[in-house]
Design a protein around this ligand. Structure first.
Ligand code: G6P
Length: 469
């Protein structure tokens, strides 16, 4: 009923996430336009949205701006407004300076402020109200990620008729760390408002269930939680990528030519190493730089042998620990390059930018060795994207054990990023991997991702969610 669209329209399927899956861009005439953001989640869900009457509820990324709902690529987008203070207290504060570090093994110290918590509750209520308003009777609502953990409970209070799912994209911490959170019980109860709570790894689901057993008045049997006469289930659904989209890009002649050009422009080093991350302290960028810098200092590598391209996309730049990280990383890059660069060759080509997916795929194709050294990461889709581009089965993936991806990509060269000597040896092993061994590993990893792409991920979650009706 396209004609019925507009205020008051109800939707059978609603996704709720902190950010809407679009970025604002300027058209040539200066007018605002929206472009779908890169990322597997929207790629997986857009077809489901187009088939059913689907809507996406989220923040559009600007402070203090009210926008009406609008249609984009077959989905209805419903913007949620955040004022400047809420961006500071809820988004930069509670989401990204309390929960993010707490859930990532307290790599940075989490801050606990009651004003941040108040804003988190207020904003979560607003997201829940927007979903409640837009959902058709008996519809399905799928809430995404740590910014919105209270939404399932608030939404159920408003709309007990709905089927509610929640997926946590980041790790769920061990009880001993989670216990620090002053509002630990309320958050767990918020999540338990969902019928199905999805996590990346089996360990995240069991951490969650242990916390529920300890802090909530509910009965836990295996993966089921009995609470207020209902059952909530917790289970792992490892997220993935759109393999078809990435391999199609990798097969484009222009993209392959761009990859060859990148190699020439770098002065034709024997080996190109690549790191691609949001500039985040969870990603282990400093550990990676330390290992690479020491390999150059030890003479095990020279800048003619090897260049490291480090793409660090700007992220959460107003949060203190992200500012400190940037100083630290840029200092380290400067020291390594100052010591080892020649006029012709560079040790580290550091790029504080984000790039379109095509350019990322060209970089993956140019890279002989991909370095994923995260200290903690819910999944890490960069690792899967790299593998997806390697249709000739060349290349080596060095992958941290502390990522969700390590549960699936068992043939990667698995490393502990805290063990710098081990990391150095593994980087050398990756550089010197025989083509036969590299091919064997890459084939198996490609098979894994081919069989488990993001469409299967969303299908399995939604099937499980509906099966409990
Ligand atoms: C992680 C989180 C997402 C978040 C993204 C970018 O992947 O799991 O929820 O959207 O980082 O961070 P940002 O703060 O810019 O939304």
């Amino acid at each position: 009923s396209k004609a019925a669209k507009g205020k008051g329209q109800k939707f059978d399927f609603i996704v709720v996430s902190n950010r809407l899956p679009v970025d604002r861009v300027q058209a040539e005439d200066g007018a605002d336009q929206w472009r779908r953001s890169p990322g597997g989640l929207v790629t997986a869900l857009a077809p489901i949205m187009a088939k059913s009457e689907g809507a996406w509820v989220g923040w559009h990324g600007a402070a203090g701006e009210r926008l009406d709902a609008f249609d984009h690529g077959g989905m209805q987008l419903i913007p949620v407004e955040l004022d400047a203070e809420e961006v500071e207290l809820y988004y930069e504060g509670f989401a990204n300076a309390t929960l993010w570090p707490l859930y990532h093994d307290v790599i940075a110290p989490p801050e606990f402020h009651r004003t941040w918590w108040e804003a988190y509750r207020t904003v979560n209520r607003r997201f829940a109200a927007a979903a409640a308003e837009a959902a058709a009777p008996g519809g399905t609502v799928w809430v995404q990620d740590y910014q919105l953990q209270l939404v399932p409970k608030y939404l159920r209070e408003l709309r007990p008729d709905l089927r509610i799912g929640f997926f946590n994209h980041i790790p769920f911490p061990p009880l001993e760390i989670y216990a620090q959170l002053p509002w630990r019980r309320t958050i767990l109860e918020g999540l338990l408002g969902a019928d199905l709570i999805g996590f990346q790894r089996g360990n995240d689901a069991s951490n969650f269930l242990r916390c529920v057993r300890r802090f909530v008045n509910a009965t836990v049997r295996q993966n089921q939680v009995q609470i207020d006469d209902r059952t909530a289930r917790a289970e792992a659904f490892p997220i993935s990528i759109d393999m078809a989209q990435i391999s199609a890009l990798a097969n484009k002649p222009e993209v392959q030519q761009r990859a060859a050009q990148i190699r020439r422009d770098l002065g034709n080093p024997k080996t190109i190493l690549l790191g691609v991350d949001r500039l985040d302290y969870t990603k282990g960028i400093q550990h990676r730089l330390k290992a690479f810098g020491e390999l150059l200092a030890d003479g095990r590598l020279t800048v003619e042998d090897a260049t490291l391209i480090q793409v660090a996309s700007p992220s959460r730049e107003r949060v203190e620990s992200y500012r400190l990280l940037r100083e630290d990383v840029e200092g380290a890059v400067g020291r390594i390059n100052g010591t080892h660069d020649t006029i012709q060759n560079t040790a580290v080509r550091y790029l504080h930018h984000s790039y379109p997916l095509e350019e990322m795929v060209a970089l993956y194709l140019a890279a002989d060795v991909m370095l994923v050294t995260a200290l903690r990461d819910g999944m890490n889709l960069v690792a899967k994207e790299y593998v997806a581009t390697r249709s000739d089965n060349t290349g080596a993936l060095v992958l941290s054990e502390f990522t969700g991806a390590a549960d699936q990509l068992r043939q990667a060269i698995l490393i502990n990023p805290h063990d710098i000597d081990g990391l150095k040896d593994s980087i050398m092993a990756a550089i010197n991997l025989s083509p036969a061994e590299a091919g064997r590993r890459m084939r198996l990893m490609r098979r894994q991702i081919l069989d488990h792409d993001v469409e299967r991920w969303s299908q399995e979650f939604l099937d499980k969610l509906e099966s409990g009706r």
